[in-house]
Ligand binder design. Structure first.
Ligand code: COA
Length: 394
């Protein structure tokens, strides 16, 4: 009798964002342009804006804290922290989270970077760890603060969020299937040199590079025996701004020769856009915020549905893969909590946004006591002797 193949995937998923929000109408008004360029043209309505005492660690700990609260930290022997907005060149942001959440010392903790792709690398590495020993549980945290220069074309796409997910055998939410398609190309479409706190982007080139990479990853996915386009029910894309996912899905339909009309194509991705439209870009977290958004759709029963994922990180590395939503997944969702995180953010105006944006470059490593602003459960308390200090607020 042959053994059942091991099922591995996402057992739980949770989300956090910054606790302030700028409606893009504020930015459009400052710029003297029609806000529909943002609301419709790029598909963004708001951006989450971190306060001085919020960053990838505080958001990552908040998202992961919900998973630990539910499942406990016992048995989690790997914590992978994916980000491209790191807060130290040496120490992993994940070690700060490990400390804040009081996780056990028998744990490997590491940070991963490749623009917006690295959370998918973390997922694939986690699947490998569990495949080797099904007792293993891997906590993946994807967290980023997307920052562009003031008055640049990327400015309206800024944002901040974290998504945490637990990878285990016999997952309760989404089983990840083994076939993947990969694509890497050494280009400069978006990058952030060490001396800059804001990213550089060649906007139009980055859009074209994303679509080219999608074709490359999809082609390899098919060549390696991936399922046909028609056997995928929903799609979830990396979303630097939600219109990008719309453009990407249209392109994939063309490449695959799907014959679906516009409404059918939109229906395959619409629910995955809701969270990102309101948080703004969260770089490597955005595709998994898209997954959570899709699962949270209360008008759809996704049990047994296959989701196609396209993860893209500028520079560039991308991957196409699929997952199947598990029976009973709805019982694990935190719909009301997720909605409250978005709805309870404090609305700020343009002047406050601008001063928060400029303040980031004033932190140079001298001792700092950070103003108490966040309403979240963890805060960045300041810097003492070049060491970052974090604390619980409750
Ligand atoms: N009402 C509705 N739509 C409008 C509009 C209005 N008043 N004004 C403009 N638009 C539309 C445009 O037609 C365009 O849509 P299209 O792309 O479907 O044709 C869209 O809004 C954007 O307008 P555009 O003139 O191209 O804006 P831009 O020159 O400011 O640049 C980006 C847009 C996306 C290139 C820019 O925001 C950017 O660089 N973003 C960051 C890119 C990024 O994240 N790259 C990483 C990829 S992973």
């Amino acid at each position: 009798m042959s053994a059942q193949p091991l099922r591995i995937g996402i057992h739980d998923i949770s989300f956090a964002t910054a606790h302030q929000v700028l409606d893009l109408s504020e930015l459009a008004e400052h710029q003297g342009i029609d806000v529909n360029k943002y609301y419709v043209g790029i598909g963004q309505s708001e951006m989450s804006m971190p306060a001085a005492d919020e960053d990838i660690v505080t958001m990552g700990a908040e998202a992961a804290g919900r998973i630990i609260d539910r499942h406990g930290a016992e048995g989690i022997r790997t914590l992978l922290f994916a980000t491209e907005s790191g807060i130290d060149q040496s120490k992993s942001a994940g070690v700060f989270v490990h400390g804040l959440l009081g996780m056990g010392e028998n744990c490997r903790v590491v940070e991963l970077k490749q623009a917006c792709y690295s959370a998918t690398a973390a997922l694939q590495f986690a699947l490998g760890i569990v495949a080797r020993d099904p007792r293993e549980k891997v906590l993946v945290i994807a967290a980023d603060v997307a920052r562009y220069a003031l008055d640049s074309s990327g400015e309206p796409t800024q944002g901040a969020a974290a998504v945490a997910f637990l990878v285990t055998a016999d997952p309760a939410l989404v089983e990840i299937e083994p076939v993947t398609g990969l694509h890497t190309d050494d280009i400069h479409d978006f990058w952030r040199p060490n001396h800059l706190s804001t990213a550089l982007v060649d906007g139009k080139y980055s859009l074209a590079a994303y679509l080219r990479s999608l074709e490359g990853a999809w082609t390899e996915y098919q060549a390696r025996g991936g399922v046909a386009f028609d056997d995928i029910d929903r799609f979830c894309y990396h979303q630097p701004f939600t219109k990008m996912a719309v453009k990407a899905h249209d392109r994939l339909n063309t490449i695959a020769g799907s014959g679906l009309d516009r409404d059918a194509r939109r229906a395959q991705i619409a629910a995955s856009l809701d969270i990102n439209r309101r948080t703004g870009n969260s770089y490597t977290a955005s595709i998994y915020a898209g997954l959570l958004s899709l699962l949270n759709d209360d008008e759809a029963d996704l049990e047994g549905s296959r989701i196609g994922f396209f993860s893209y990180g500028s520079g560039s590395v991308s991957e196409f893969f699929t997952g199947v939503v598990q029976p009973g997944y709805r019982a694990l969702l935190r719909r009301d909590e997720d909605a409250a995180l978005l709805d309870s953010r404090v609305a700020i105006g343009y002047a406050r946004y601008r001063s928060l944006h400029e303040a980031v470059d004033e932190v140079r490593g001298e001792d700092v006591v950070t103003a108490r602003e966040t309403t979240g459960p963890f805060r960045f308390a300041g810097i003492t002797d070049q060491m970052r200090r974090y604390e619980r607020t409750r």
